[in-house]
Write a protein that binds this ligand. Structure first.
Ligand code: UDP
Ligand code: LCN
Length: 807
């Protein structure tokens, strides 16, 4: 039994627990989540302890409450879901006589169905989705601390296989190395080496031959000698590099070690053409950020594409391949939007700035429904167009590459589903990036899916997520907690392990978190735009005056609301899209409720637009109205500016730095943030950053060291954390600089694109090798997921299309 529960039930504290539960129980609310329970418990303690009604609860009850994830009341009973540790969940019934009994997944899902009035035992069983048995074939990571380090684990696993069964694995390695070619040119091995034994002999001979040369002599000098021994280009550009590669292979064939396997596979030239799939719009290089649905994902994919090209170029050069003759190519696949609202989203092909061979390729949705498909479509509405989009995109990609790509990476649910469909058809290694799993962002989105399906279509989205997660060869996550959460809170992928979609299906086991497919590979920031405010020589000195006026003083009723009576006060700054979860209105509320904060600071917010006209996004329209009404309600005239502008990246980089010049602070108040690129941008600029404690920022920031956490659901607490920092600064004026320096250091040490891409390419190769050696093992899970796609996803997507046509 969960230890704190045992401790409470075995002690006098069980009456405190009973009292807390009866205090919490309300006729119209039966379901409580962690944040609500914690807030309620604080209130309960304040009322009861301060009144002296009961003695202060001791450690056991506090530990129990702190471990609660959910609390569900049913009649006189309560069911609690607790978290004994990372990636672990247990559920218990608490009976009225203060005894307890564990309950299992099936019972828990049925209870949740009952709570929302959707449990119909007389109508037979619901579809149960359970992928667990399929993962029994594959290696699993045992220690939850190591979840997310899939590639390290896989290296150990594969090298131990090589060790246990050298014959079979050497053969697999030999066959794998014989496979590779680029633009019609055979790489690594030719027909002179016929089997693994010959490979081993020839490697030793080649190493002997190379001793005749100086280490820095170029490949062209000994190319033909190597070729006659069975080795084609791809081993290195100099004698030294080829020696290293062959020595690694020699070591691997004789005594396989994980490090040697990783080092060797990371050098195998097998990736030259990459597709990054990011379907929903707006995907472009100018004038798109800050629109609904268009934020960090676009920034991430563009920066990743640039960085991938650079890394591939460097690797090709090191491998001794002719870059000029056959350069690597990265294609970003997105949808073409005919009515493109002044952006380039109607162009089928657009070169990515600052690259040699990176392109945005846009493929239109089929015109089933021109009113919709000619225009931008919300990410929640695009499910019906994705299968045919994948079919059409396949042709475009084959033509663009003049062949198949070597790697496909999906982004967000829609891109991940398309990546799944493309990789099925093209038989290519495929990775996915979630960016945001809506299931964690929208509380109760699965339980109440039927009430929300008109607007959000989560039944399609969560089914697509399950399919993509389970078919992907690897999953790139930006943080560890995205996968398995923290000791206190559940992870985003973890939330797919079991859940109910009442009346549709029960997910008994939706994802195997211990699978080595999970890898934490955080993104970086584009360091040419975002850098410390102290790097004065790189700053856009010609733009500072214009941008300072824009932030603090410029009058523009069409795009700016509010003015500042005293622009010299330190600014509290935020920038985000105006969707509900970003909670910019929560920050305005916190500022509005705190006269002290208003006294000490100004508030400056950059958020998409200030008028509802022209927006087709319901959440954006609602947020715009809410922002206006809060400014009126709290009379924030003279204290706050709201800029409805879309800044080019160069400007936004300078904006963070100008705020830092004014000794300001950055606040990220999202109700949930999957990762949070603005947090990185603000930190690298040198701004003390205050970010939501729900989601990725919890891992980016180390509280009190290089930034601070805030609870976005508690406006008072948000204001208090900011005020506390300001009052610390009154006593120690250096605190702002200290936090600023540490924030900068944090980003440079952990969040750069260089680290990201070399890790990503290394893991793509290792998964490619694993995929090659274990094809049969994973086929049946794919077939299962294809069945879900055909029987569950497609009929619902078709029904949505019909509904949209008649809307
Ligand atoms: N951004 C912007 N203008 C805006 C709002 C956002 O340029 O009005 C940029 C911001 O600089 C960041 C990205 O959009 O690079 C937002 O990424 P983040 O991960 O913070 O959030 P998302 O929007 O992806 O949820
Ligand atoms: C989407 C989000 O919601 C953000 O939290 C991420 O930072 C962004 O994508 C990039 O991954």
């Amino acid at each position: 039994m969960f230890e704190p529960l045992h401790a409470v039930l075995e002690s006098s504290e069980k009456s405190d627990l009973r009292e807390f539960l009866s205090w919490l129980r309300q006729p119209d609310k039966r379901y409580f989540l962690r944040n609500e329970i914690l807030i309620a418990f604080d209130q309960f303690k304040a009322e009861h302890y301060e009144n002296g009604t009961i003695p202060e609860p001791s450690a056991a009850l506090s530990a129990l409450v702190n471990g609660l994830q959910e609390l569900i009341f049913e009649e006189d009973n309560a069911c609690i879901v607790v978290r004994p540790g990372i990636a672990a969940e247990e559920a218990y019934w608490l009976w009225p006589d203060s005894t307890s009994e564990p309950t299992d997944t099936k019972e828990l899902l049925e209870l949740r169905d009952r709570i929302v009035g959707h449990h119909h035992p007389n109508e037979g069983e619901l579809l149960e989705i359970d992928v667990k048995p399929f993962y029994d074939y594959s290696p699993l990571i045992r220690d939850p601390k190591n979840i997310g380090k899939g590639v390290e684990f896989l290296n150990r696993y594969l090298s131990s296989k090589l060790f246990q069964d050298p014959q079979q694995w050497q053969k697999a390695l030999f066959q794998f190395l014989s496979l590779h070619s680029h633009d019609g040119m055979q790489l690594l091995l030719n027909g002179r080496i016929q089997d693994q034994q010959q490979l081993s002999n020839q490697v030793k001979k080649a190493l002997g031959m190379l001793k005749r040369y100086r280490p820095d002599e170029p490949y062209s000098k000994f190319r033909y000698d190597l070729q006659s021994m069975g080795f084609e280009p791809g081993w290195g550009n100099t004698v030294g590099r080829v020696q290293e590669s062959l020595a690694l292979l020699d070591e691997l064939l004789d005594s396989p070690e994980p490090q040697a396997l990783q080092a060797f596979l990371s050098r195998v030239p097998m990736i030259f053409r990459i597709v990054l799939v990011s379907v929903h719009g707006w995907f472009g290089q100018e004038g798109v950020l800050g629109r609904p649905d268009t934020g960090g994902q676009v920034v991430y994919v563009l920066d990743q594409a640039r960085s991938l090209e650079q890394e591939l170029q460097e690797e090709m050069e090191l491998a001794g391949l002719d870059l000029a003759a056959s350069p690597p190519k990265v294609l970003i696949l997105s949808r073409l939007i005919p009515n493109s609202d002044g952006t380039r989203c109607n162009q089928p092909l657009e070169k990515v700035h600052g690259t040699d061979n990176v392109w945005i390729v846009r493929v239109p949705f089929r015109d089933y429904n021109p009113n919709l498909t000619q225009n931008w479509i919300s990410r929640f509405e695009i499910w019906s167009y994705l299968e045919t989009f994948a079919i059409d995109a396949e042709k475009v990609l084959l033509a663009e590459f003049q062949g198949r790509p070597d790697l496909i990476i999906g982004n967000y649910t829609d891109g991940n589903l398309v990546a799944f469909l493309l990789s099925q058809r093209l038989k290519v290694t495929h990775g996915i990036v979630a960016h945001a799993l809506e299931k964690s962002k929208y509380l109760f989105s699965n339980l109440y899916w039927q009430n929300m399906d008109n607007q959000y279509h989560f039944s399609l989205q969560f089914t697509a997520d399950l399919i993509a997660m389970n078919t992907a060869d690897f999953i790139i996550s930006s943080t560890h907690q995205e996968i398995v959460g923290t000791p206190e809170t559940s992870g985003q992928y973890e939330s797919y392990r079991s859940f109910t979609m009442p009346d549709l299906y029960h997910v008994m086991h939706g994802i195997e978190l211990k699978s080595p497919k999970f890898n934490v590979v955080p993104p970086g920031v584009n360091e040419s735009y975002y850098f410390p405010y102290t790097d004065t020589s790189d700053r856009l000195n010609g733009e500072i005056e214009r941008l300072t006026a824009l932030l603090f003083t410029q009058d523009d009723p069409g795009a700016i609301v509010g003015s500042l009576d005293d622009p010299s006060k330190p600014p509290i700054f935020s920038m985000a899209r105006l969707d509900r979860i970003k909670n910019l209105s929560g920050l305005v509320e916190a500022f509005g409720q705190s006269p002290e904060l208003q006294e000490r600071c100004n508030l400056i917010v950059i958020a998409g637009k200030i008028h509802t006209e022209g927006t087709t996004d319901a959440e954006e329209a609602a947020e715009i109205e809410k922002m206006h009404s809060l400014m009126h309600q709290y009379n924030l005239w003279g204290k706050m500016r709201w800029l409805g502008v879309r800044l080019p990246k160069a400007d936004s980089g300078e904006v963070y730095r100008i705020i830092a010049d004014h000794h300001g602070m950055f606040v990220q108040p999202a109700l949930f943030e999957a990762f949070g690129l603005t947090v990185l941008e603000a930190m690298i600029s040198g701004l003390p950053t205050f970010a939501t404690e729900f989601g990725g920022p919890l891992e980016i920031i180390q509280n009190g060291v290089n930034g601070y956490y805030i609870n976005p659901t508690q406006p008072n607490q948000m204001a208090e954390v900011l005020l506390e920092f300001l009052s610390k600064r009154d006593h120690n004026p250096r605190i702002w600089e200290e936090i600023s320096q540490k924030a900068i250091a944090r980003v440079y040490s952990t969040y750069t694109w260089k680290i990201h891409t070399s890790r990503l390419l290394s893991l793509a190769r290792i998964y490619g090798f694993w995929e090659y050696t274990s094809q049969e093992n994973r086929k049946d899970l794919r077939v299962y997921m294809e069945t879900l796609f055909q029987l569950l996803y497609k009929p619902r997507a078709k029904a949505l299309l019909e509904e949209q046509t008649h809307r």
